[in-house]
Each structure stands twice: as C-alpha cells, then as structure tokens.
Design a protein around this ligand. Structure first.
Ligand code: ZN
Length: 429
C-alpha cells in the first residue's frame, strides 16, 4: 500500500517522543506568541521550561469555545497577523462565530492529514472524488478538495445538494468516491436507484463527514449502491477542519493523527482522565499548529479510547465514534450518562425503534429514578413488551451500570422534531 502521508514510527514510544517534542514546541510558541495563552500559563504557574514529560500535560490550563468567542475575530492568535494566509469559521448559530486562522504551514499540515485519510481509505491518483459538502467559510469543502489534490486524485467539487448535477457527474465523469453527510448519502442512494442509473455509475466508496450514522443506515446505503466500502472522517474547525482521523478498512475504530495532536479523554465534570475505555470528553492539544494552536481545548464531543491495537497493523491509536456532546451529560446516582450511550444500547435491541426519551425524577424516598421510554420497532408485534422491557433494563444495567425502568409505546407515538429532538426530561429538584 502507498504510504506517502503516513508517519513511519518504529513503535509507540517513538510516537510519544515525537509528541513530547511537539508539546514543548507548542507551549513555547504560545507562551511567546499569544498574550491570551501567556496569561493562562501565568495563572497556572507554568513556564515553557516546566514541560519535561507528557505527564506535564495535566498541569496545563484548559481552553474552551468561550475563549474562542471572546477572542473574536482572531482568537488564540500566536503569530503576527501578516503570517495568517486564511481564516475559516465554524457554523455555530448563536452569538459570535468561532473564527480560526491558518498560516501557510498550517494549511500544508491540514492537507497532508487529509491526504492521509484518503490514502488510508485506499484512494490513489486514479480516483475521482466527487465532493458534495459545503464550500466557503466552512472548512469542509476546502479540506476535502485540497486533500484530494494533495493526494493527486481528481476533485469534482459539486458542493452540497444539487442532485441533478451530482447524478450527471457520477455518470459522465465516472466518479469513484463520493464525500458527503450520511443523510445526503442515503438521499443519493435512493435517487440513483429511482433514476435507474446504478449500472451507469462507477461509485466504489463513500466518505462520510461529521454527522452520526447508525449501522442500519450505513448498511442500507452500502447495499443500495453496491459499494466496496464506506468510511467515517472526523474533524472540527478548531482542529484544522475535517481530516484529523478516519476508520480504516477494518472498521475497528477511528485512527486519529496522534503525531499532530494529543487526545485526552476526560470526565467533563471532574476534568480528570476517565478509566481506560470509558466515555468522556475529547480534549485536544495540537503539536505543530502555528496560527491558532490549541492547548487542552475542550471539544465537548464525547467518545472513548480504544486501547487494543487495530488488526490493520497501523500503530496510530484509535477512538470510538463520537457519541454526542458533553453538554447533554446527565448524572444519575453518581454515574455519568450520555444520550449516545442510551442510543447504543437501544440499537443493540432489535425489537425497539430508534426514538427514545429519558425521564428522571426524585421520588419520596429521596432517590433518583430513570425511566427510558421507547417505541417498538416499525411493524413489529408488541405482544412481547414485558420481555423487551426486561431486556432494556438488563442491558442498561450491564452497559451503563445504573438501574432504570422501561416503557414501550407503539411505533410513531413519541414526538418527532425537525431540528434537535428533546430526549432528556429531568424532573428532579
Ligand atoms: Zn486500522
């Protein structure tokens, strides 16, 4: 396999050495280049010389989305403004946007990381990559496109939507790879079948952006299009953009580019590391980012580390898929619970649907109780609800370590929302 963009570390210790060098560089660079960071470090009593091992990461202060907003329009800037060659912004809808700046070098690092994703997905110069994500101030389009050109494949930059043009180019240009969100992939798969053009296209792979995608939906897309494979790419604007990790063809987890950033998984409440393999908040520290470096940036995204090595043989570490946002965390009887975990448990039970609600209450005995309300699967026989309830309770207990009650209603009984669905009803206090 072609490995132009993959780092060649002998073993994990060599990766750690590389990370320590990057961490030292970042602390020195931010201390000397950014008044914001310098103040943060002074408050924490840190000077660049204090960083002598990776364990010193624990002593460093956190950076948050709020710091980005307060530093608007060029937050965390650690280089002179004349060295900034581009900005991108996040799609946040409330208040000021998060704007991130890039030096020439930052862009090179980003596109190399993105090209590495394509390479890991098995793409070569022979591929034609149809890009159906947003262009403009967002990082998505630029990342997918310049990463593709960096690899040497051919970019077909259609942008989002525009189904007619997507179909036409899939046929006329014989695109082999399609990059989009999960819902767009499903829409395209159905459309291609409806138009009867499946035999005229040459699509082999789909690379999915940030949106979460259930395994049932993946299977449906793959089957409708007769694809070889599908991959999840990760990333966020704060950390360059998309392209900072990908699940390889073994699909055992998402390899992340640990030579470019350090990933910590912390309890969002205590900000201490979670037990190995537990779900927590992703906190990232960049190792060579110049314009807007991140020091222990709280992403609010939840996942867990996967500690076993991948059977593909690549030593770059893996995390699990993103399981939601830490803002949605609830604490019940001292246990942290994330909606994504409930999602996961319910999707492992074939008799129930994907809609659910969590109801929390404090009863007269002073104790907290959780009830999970869900629906029976579409078209399934609801005669066996007692059995299904028992199954839910047992699985929640074993996977999340809390007791709960379960209620099953008929398919379609729980309300559907166009935007973000309200799932947590906390009636305690
Ligand atoms: Zn792998």
């Amino acid at each position: 396999m072609n490995t132009t963009f993959m780092p060649q570390f002998k073993d994990i210790d060599q990766l750690f050495e590389h990370q320590l060098e990057g961490l030292k560089w970042t602390i020195d660079h931010t201390y000397n280049g950014s008044a914001f960071y310098k103040k943060q470090f002074e408050k924490a009593g840190i000077t660049p010389g204090d960083i002598t091992s990776l364990d010193d990461l624990n002593r460093l202060p956190f950076t948050t989305g709020n710091d980005l907003k307060e530093g608007y329009p060029l937050p965390l800037l650690s280089v002179p403004e004349r060295d900034v060659v581009r900005i991108h912004a996040s799609s946040g809808t409330t208040g000021k946007r998060k704007v991130l700046s890039y030096t020439q070098n930052d862009l090179i690092v980003w596109f190399d990381m993105f090209a590495r994703c394509y390479e890991m997905a098995g793409l070569t110069k022979e591929d034609r990559v149809q890009i159906a994500v947003g262009y403009g101030v967002w990082t998505a389009g630029m990342g997918f496109q310049l990463g593709c050109e960096r690899l040497g494949a051919m970019a077909v930059p259609v942008g989002p939507g525009n189904i007619d043009m997507q179909c036409q180019f899939l046929v006329d240009l014989q695109s082999t790879v399609f990059c989009c969100t999960a819902s767009m992939a499903l829409l395209m798969a159905e459309e291609i079948n409806k138009r009867g053009i499946k035999e005229q296209i040459n699509l082999k792979k789909i690379i999915l952006g940030s949106e979460r995608c259930s395994s049932a939906m993946r299977a449906k897309i793959k089957d409708l299009l007769g694809l070889e494979d599908m991959f999840d790419i990760t990333g966020m604007t704060e950390l360059y953009g998309p392209g900072t990790g990908l699940d390889c063809h073994k699909h055992e987890g998402i390899h992340y580019w640990a030579d470019k950033y350090i990933l910590e998984i912390l309890d969002p409440d205590t900000l201490k590391p979670v037990k190995d393999g537990d779900v927590g908040e992703m906190v990232v520290t960049t190792l060579c980012k110049e314009a807007a470096p991140l020091v222990r940036y709280r992403t609010r995204d939840l996942t867990r580390k996967i500690s076993r090595p991948c059977s593909c043989g690549n030593i770059l570490p893996m995390h699990d898929k993103i399981m939601g946002r830490s803002d949605d965390m609830i604490i019940l009887k001292g246990v942290n619970i994330y909606p994504g975990q409930i999602d996961e448990v319910l999707s492992s039970i074939p008799e129930v649907g994907s809609e659910y609600q969590l109801h929390l209450e404090r009863k007269a005995d002073g104790k907290d109780y959780m009830t999970i309300k869900t629906e029976s699967r579409q078209g399934s026989d609801s005669a066996d609800t007692e059995n299904i309830k028992a199954k839910i309770k047992k699985t929640i207990k074993s996977k999340i370590m809390v007791s709960c009650d379960a209620q099953i209603c008929a398919y379609g009984d729980l309300p559907r929302f166009e935007g973000k669905t309200r799932r947590i009803f906390d009636n305690r206090s």
